[in-house]
Design a protein around this ligand. Structure first.
Ligand code: B3K
Ligand code: ZN
Length: 849
């Protein structure tokens, strides 16, 4: 059983590091790492350093090698007793050999397509050399790299580079998790940026030769991010150079290493022919995210890994603001809420529920979750709403001022808001420490022009947290009169009690409550609302989120009614108006036409206390889509024709909005035209957005052979397009054949399963095909489990993350539960299963105990 780490056990490190010097002699099978770390004692204690899988050649203090009796190595730590140290100031030195070529876990120093690169967050640095690998130990770094590869990079500013030796110096003290090294045969797109205070910064987006033609958009995104952070947060860049490198083998999206961001190539490389609008938007957003970490994460970092949401929640919040400013704020908000509900609410409702700031973990890499990231961002959105825009800005100014150069906690963060605004946040803190999604119930009472709203909040128990005190819930609402006029503009109610009521007087006629405008709190809502009232909000609400939500709920209710055999036509009717107005706001209309997905329907059914049947949900949803399409065929067809691309592709918001509407129409039309339009579009479209949209429909119609063959022929050497090719088939195929299809794909020689993008494409595509993954004969579970078992010894981080596909297993019927349990148990029983996967599978299985 792996060790559990507790927040309550945190102790300060007894030493400060004055400087970290590293020298690398790069070689695929034997890279030599020499380190010299200057320590200064601040508290009593032994010297404890972390190290994993290191072949130690020399361990020395002040140049004198230590004998075996002067140190001990236990549990992946090197310990030198206090009395064996020569005083309060000394230099620890080590020489170790490491093996990048066999490092398939992609943590520490590894090789990707002949390029050396690193990933150190959270605890990868200990696979490079002995070090206090914890975020509260910060130091300036000086790094020398020897290699005959042409480009040798590390953090900070370049000091020298000649004859295969490069030296870098990073003056900003940083924890080891922000260390990075890249060496390879790289080319660059280069530009520069001058900061508000006049610093000239050289910018380079570096790729493998041949890929540079896809890197221009990334460079533009970087410059926009730099400017935006100056304008909105007053934060400037602080080095002479900024390098961003694209690598093909990467466990996550990207990494904010100081001055040397490393990216999964799918979040850098884009062209009209190879990337979709969504890819472009994600590239811009993630480049912003990593860049914004320079202040929220790097200059101010986390004291320990329990505080991860201090940097991640805040940086997600900042990247959301950035995207809202660059594109449509309404569309961004709706998309973020969909993501939050689809991933975070699901997490909060299941066995993996944890607070944004967890208080224990076995493997920290398992906590890079939707709760830490997305809910962490929602919590900041609520804070901002409660203290107002000016309060938020002064709190952030104080945060940067007070904590620059420090490793901080959630307590430090809340103290800044309390000090800047005078607001007591002790109750608010529950949002950070308590898991679970509160359920907000609203009951209305209408009498003589007075509307009384009675709210109650309840949060169900989550693992380890049976009792949940009431939280502060900012409830933004407005009132819409029966004729569609807004009779009360957005007002924020602050709910602090378990039950609380609010009244509105002097109303002429009974209005409809537009509740939780802008999704002002991450809660689920329970209220009585009629289909007519939902339709009124869909037609007239002034808040785009609640307007979309009204249509969405109407659709969800109709779909669920259909599953239980009832007729529900109100949503189909209400769609008439959506289609009539579609061209005035195409992105909004596209969102309204995209019905709730099968997983969301299943979640809603489970939340109502029933047992979802994945196969029945699939059939009911498909039938509903067909009915919707038949009823509106003419209008859909007219819109589809009206949104034809007339100009060359540009990845801007307006074009993306138009294309999203066109593809939403196509998705419905394909249900009734047998894929005819999709077939034509696939053959004629000039952008990947349209081609890929068409391809998805062709796969769903079972008319995909030719298109898939064409695409493969054209792009067999483009990894990113081939990932899409691998993903779309298991994702969109008929649930009855999707598992077999995934099996055939997995047998192909180009299923390079050790590459995380390729693995995620195929297996993630299958698990997102809800009815296929949860197939009654268990074939989906078995296939998926087989592959997790195969991946685990090679790449435990990715295997563990992907085990979350099983997190909803207990909500199904006995048959599916038994099959899921058997698959999970089979994984759990693998001898030598990684700590990562073992922790996840144990937690998931515990739900069924
Ligand atoms: N901070 C990194 C994530 C590191 C993941 C380690 N397992 C990317 C980001 O959130 O910006
Ligand atoms: Zn981040």
């Amino acid at each position: 059983m792996a060790e559990t780490h507790y927040l309550a056990d945190w102790q300060p490190y007894p030493f400060r590091i004055t400087e970290t010097r590293l020298e690398f002699d790069l070689a695929p099978r034997g890279t030599r790492v020499r380190s010299g770390i200057g320590f200064h004692r601040e508290l009593p204690g032994d010297l404890v350093l972390d190290g994993v899988g290191l072949n130690s050649q020399v361990i020395a203090i002040n140049g004198l090698p230590l004998t075996e009796s002067q140190f001990r190595i236990q549990d992946e730590q090197l310990i030198i007793a206090s009395d064996a140290l020569p005083g309060d100031d000394f230099t620890f030195m080590a020489e170790v050999l490491i093996d990048p070529e066999t490092n398939t876990a992609l943590e520490g120093l590894y090789l990707s397509g002949g390029m050396f690169c690193t990933q150190c967050e959270a605890q990868g640095f200990r696979k490079i050399t002995w070090y206090p690998d914890r975020p509260d130990v910060m130091a300036p770094f000086r790094v020398t790299i020897r290699s005959d590869l042409p480009v040798l990079l590390s953090n900070g500013n370049p000091v020298s580079q000649q004859d295969g030796v490069a030296t870098w110096h990073d003056p900003w003290p940083k924890p080891a998790y922000l260390f990075a090294l890249v060496a390879g045969d790289l080319v660059a797109v280069s530009d520069s940026f001058t900061t508000a205070s006049g610093r000239h910064v050289d910018l380079h987006v570096r790729t493998r030769p041949g890929d540079q033609e896809y890197a221009g958009f990334a460079m533009e995104s970087l410059k926009k991010s730099m400017k935006w952070d100056e304008e909105v947060y007053g934060r400037e860049y602080d080095l002479d150079v900024f390098n961003l490198v694209a690598v093909d083998d990467f466990n996550m999206g990207a990494m904010e290493n100081k001055g040397l961001n490393i990216f999964n190539s799918k979040l850098v490389l884009a062209s009209a022919e190879t990337a979709t609008d969504l890819d472009y938007e994600r590239i811009e957003g993630v480049i912003g995210h990593e860049y914004f970490h320079n202040w929220t994460g790097n200059r101010i970092t986390c004291r320990d890994w329990f505080q991860l949401c201090l940097k991640e929640g805040l940086t997600v919040f900042r990247d959301q603001q950035f995207t809202s400013d660059m594109r449509s704020a309404a569309v961004k908000r709706i998309g973020d809420v969909q993501l939050l509900r689809g991933r975070q609410f699901r997490e909060d409702a299941g066995p993996l529920a944890h607070p944004p700031r967890p208080d224990h973990y076995q493997e920290i890499n398992n906590f890079y979750t939707a709760t830490v990231y997305e809910k962490g961002a929602e919590v900041i959105g609520m804070l901002k709403r409660l203290v107002g825009d000016d309060g938020y800005r002064s709190a952030l100014d104080l945060y940067f001022d007070r904590h620059d150069g420090q490793a901080c906690t959630i307590e430090d963060w809340l103290a800044v808001f309390q000090d800047a605004t005078g607001r007591d946040l002790s109750q608010f803190k529950h949002w950070y420490t308590d898991a679970g999604t509160p359920r907000l119930t609203m009951v209305e009472d209408w009498q003589d022009g007075r509307l009384t709203l009675r709210f109650a909040q309840h949060t169900a128990p989550t693992p380890g947290q049976p009792d949940k005190p009431a939280r502060v819930i900012p409830i933004a609402l407005g009132l819409i009169g029966p004729n569609g006029d807004e009779v009360l503009p957005t007002t924020v109610l602050e709910m602090t009690e378990a039950q609380q009521e609010f009244s509105f007087d002097g109303l002429g006629a009974r209005p409809v409550v537009s509740l939780l405008r802008g999704f002002s709190a991450p809660v689920t809502v329970s209220r009585q609302i009629s289909a007519d009232q939902q339709a009124l909000l869909l037609a007239h609400d002034t808040d785009p989120f609640t307007r979309w939500e009204a249509g969405h709920d109407l659709a969800l209710d109709s779909l669920i009614a259909r599953i239980s055999g009832a007729a529900a036509e109100r949503h189909i009717e209400a769609t008439t108006q959506v289609l009539a107005d579609a061209l005035t706001d195409p992105a909004f209309a596209a969102l309204c036409l995209g019905l709730p997905g099968e997983d969301e329907i299943a979640t809603a059914i489970a939340a109502r206390g029933d047992t979802p049947d994945p196969a029945a949900i699939h059939v009911a949803r498909e039938t509903y889509l067909r009915d919707l399409a038949s009823r509106h065929g003419a209008a859909l067809s007219a819109l589809y024709d009206a949104t034809i691309e007339e100009e060359p592709y540009r990845p801007d918001a307006a074009g993306a909005a138009r294309r999203s509407l066109r593809l939403a129409c196509l998705s419905l039309l394909s249900r009734i035209d047998g894929g005819e339009r999709a077939f034509v579009l696939f053959g004629t479209a000039s952008s990947m957005t349209e081609r890929f949209g068409a391809l998805g429909q062709l796969v769903a119609c079972g008319n995909d052979r030719e298109a898939l063959e064409l695409l493969r022929h054209e792009f067999s050497d483009n990894r990113l397009v081939m990932d899409k090719w691998f993903m779309v088939q298991p994702l969109r195929a008929n649930p009855e054949t999707a598992v077999e299809r995934a099996r055939d794909l997995a047998a192909r020689p180009d299923f390079d399963w050790k590459n995380p993008n390729r693995f995620r494409a195929l297996l993630g595509g299958l698990s997102a095909n809800h009815a296929a993954f949860h197939r009654a004969d268990g074939a989906g579970y078995d296939f998926y489990a087989d592959w997790l078992i195969r991946l685990d010894p090679v790449n435990p981080q990715t295997a563990a993350r992907m085990s979350t596909a099983f997190e909803t297993w207990t909500r199904h019927d006995d048959n599916l539960r038994a099959r899921a349990r058997a698959a999970l148990q089979r994984i759990a029983d693998v001898p030598g299963l990684s700590r990562n996967t073992s922790e996840m599978v144990t937690r998931i299985l515990a739900a069924g105990a």
